[in-house]
Structures are given as C-alpha cells and as structure tokens.
Design a protein around this ligand. Structure first.
Ligand SMILES: NCc1[nH]cc(CCC(=O)O)c1CC(=O)O
Length: 306
C-alpha cells in the first residue's frame, strides 16, 4: 500500500520508544511487512532537556511536543506517537490527535521498596511525585504523609527510590507494563478512589488533518471506544484547563450508547475537592458539562486566583 516509508516521530525516552514500537508492530501486523515500512524517528524535546525544574515552571506540556509537531507540519514526519495524557488540549492548527490504540490499564500503581500499600505508609512517610494530581490525591487520602517533588523518567524515579529519596512513588500501570516493569508495583490503586489523569494509559497518534493516506493507514489499528473516552476526557480537561493549574483527574468509559465520565478536581493540598459523574450520548458534551459543573461548584476562589 505504501510507496515510501512512513516516518513516525517520538520522544526518545524508553517509554516513548516502547510506545512507538508498539504502534509500528501493530501497523506491520495489519498491513504486512512487504506492504509497509515504518521508520521510527526519535526527537529530543525541550522538555527532555530540562530535567531540574518542575514542568509547570518552565512552560508545561507543550515543551514535549513542539519539536515533534514542527516535524509533522513541515512534512518531515507522517505521524507522531504520544502518551495522550501528556498532550495539551489545544494543538497547532492543521494537526489532530485523531487515532488511539486500545487503552491499556488507566490506573496508577503505588511503588515502594518498603511498604505494600498507600494505607500501610507510616505517619510522616515521604511520597515523591511531580504530578499535582497524584500529590493532591495522596494528601487527601493520607494528610499525614509528606509529598516531595520528584521528576524524571520511570527509570530515574525508580533509581531515586532505591537511593532513599522517598519511601514511595506513584506511576502509571500502563507505563510500567509497556516497559515490562509492572513487578515493581506494590499496589494497584482503585480507579474511583484514585482516578487517573485525563488520557492516562492511551497511546495517541497525531497527524496532519489533510492527510488521507495516514487516515487509511491508521484505520485498522484505531480503537473507537478509546477515542470516545478520550474525546470526553479531553473536552472535560479543556473546560477546566483554562481556569487553573489545579489538580485534575478524569476517567471516561465508552458504553453501548455513549460514555460515562468520572471527574475529580482538588486543591493542591488535597483539603478541598469536587467530584462528579455524568453520562450521555455525545462524548464532548458530557465532558464539557461535567467540567463546567465542577468549575461552578469550585468557584473562582478554588483555583487560586493568583
Ligand atoms: N508524564 C510521564 C508519563 N506519560 C505517560 C506515562 C504513562 C503511560 C500512560 O499514561 O499512557 C507517564 C509515566 C507515569 O505517569 O507513570
């Protein structure tokens, strides 16, 4: 089918490369190795270069995508493979996050060399995480625990744990599975008590809107129920995103006639929270409605206002 190789852009981290290889393997399985060549192009982004500061300080999610998106827009790349959770809700004109592999387990894992579960952590234990959401939910469930910032890729975080920088950390089950490292998880956290980040566990494929060749190429590996869930979650996030830097969790599941969404927003210290559920036939409408409802419940004061 393909006259020339498909160029697939990705970040160069071990998790990103594992995801890129998963997409390539599925494409080859669908089309046959004779019909299709996929060239994986690792790209080091600004976000990868800056390792010593919290992301929110240096510019947020876009730092990981700009260079890759420039490649899509110039035609140097045909597709880009991402962790959907790391994707901003607004993409550059002409690009879309339009295709998704079937979602992997969306839950978070509790990882510790000393303790078997979040509940078992002793008073004053140190949990390392760079995620505002994970920090706030941990503080909500365990106000006695100390949360410290903790960045780096999955391997770095595990190494720091071994060095004693924290008693425990939290990582996405999906990432651990893709790296063949799920055995480091002590506990898989309940999806209702510890809802994930929007998009967690879903590999998304970004491409140019005007590229029918790519749409045809991706059709056999696209998972429609995942796309429905992600459309809902990303509409929910878009509704909340503009207003704040508040911890946001959201998890949607496609149903027979539509989608069910669970949303949770918290103050960074976990002392305040607003939670809700919504369902309906139109994924974007459900996401937008729950986002608006939680924002209204929270009021402007909740979002810090500074
Ligand atoms: N921000 C890093 C990141 N982006 C996606 C994943 C996990 C894989 C996924 O959610 O699909 C991770 C690591 C983690 O949070 O543990």
């Amino acid at each position: 089918m393909q006259p020339k190789p498909i160029r697939l852009g990705t970040r160069g981290s071990p998790l990103a490369l594992a995801q890129a290889h998963e997409v390539r393997d599925r494409l080859i399985a669908a089309w046959g190795a004779e019909a299709l060549e996929v060239e994986i192009v690792p790209i080091t982004t600004a976000g990868d270069r800056i390792q010593d500061r919290p992301l929110a300080e240096v510019g947020g999610k876009g730092l990981f995508t700009e260079e890759i998106e420039a490649g899509l827009l110039s035609g140097a790349l045909d597709i880009a493979v991402h962790s959907s959770k790391d994707m901003p809700t607004r993409l550059p004109d002409g690009l879309a996050l339009g295709h998704f592999l079937e979602r992997e387990d969306a839950r978070d894992a509790f990882v510790s060399l000393k303790y078997r579960s979040l509940a078992e952590l002793p008073d004053g234990a140190v949990v390392g995480t760079a995620s505002l959401r994970r920090a706030a939910i941990v503080r909500r469930l365990r106000p006695d625990v100390v949360v410290v910032p903790y960045r780096g890729n999955v391997q770095t975080r595990l190494r720091k744990l071994g060095e004693g920088a924290a008693d425990a950390t939290l990582l996405a089950v999906a990432g651990l599975k893709r790296l063949g490292m799920l055995d480091v998880a002590s506990e898989i956290l309940d999806i209702d008590a510890f809802p994930p980040a929007v998009g967690q566990g879903a590999i998304g494929i970004e491409s140019r809107l005007d590229d029918p060749r790519v749409a045809e190429l991706l059709a056999p590996i696209h998972h429609a129920p995942t796309a429905v869930a992600l459309a809902c979650e990303r509409a929910y996030l878009a509704r909340l995103d503009g207003s704040c830097r508040t911890p946001i969790a959201g998890y949607a599941v496609a149903t027979e006639g539509g989608v069910d969404l669970h949303g949770l927003i918290l103050t960074p210290d976990g002392s305040g929270a607003h939670e809700g559920r919504d369902s309906g036939a139109d994924p974007e409408a459900v996401g937008d409605r729950l986002g608006a409802r939680l924002a209204a419940l929270a009021g402007p004061g909740f979002f810090g206002g500074s």
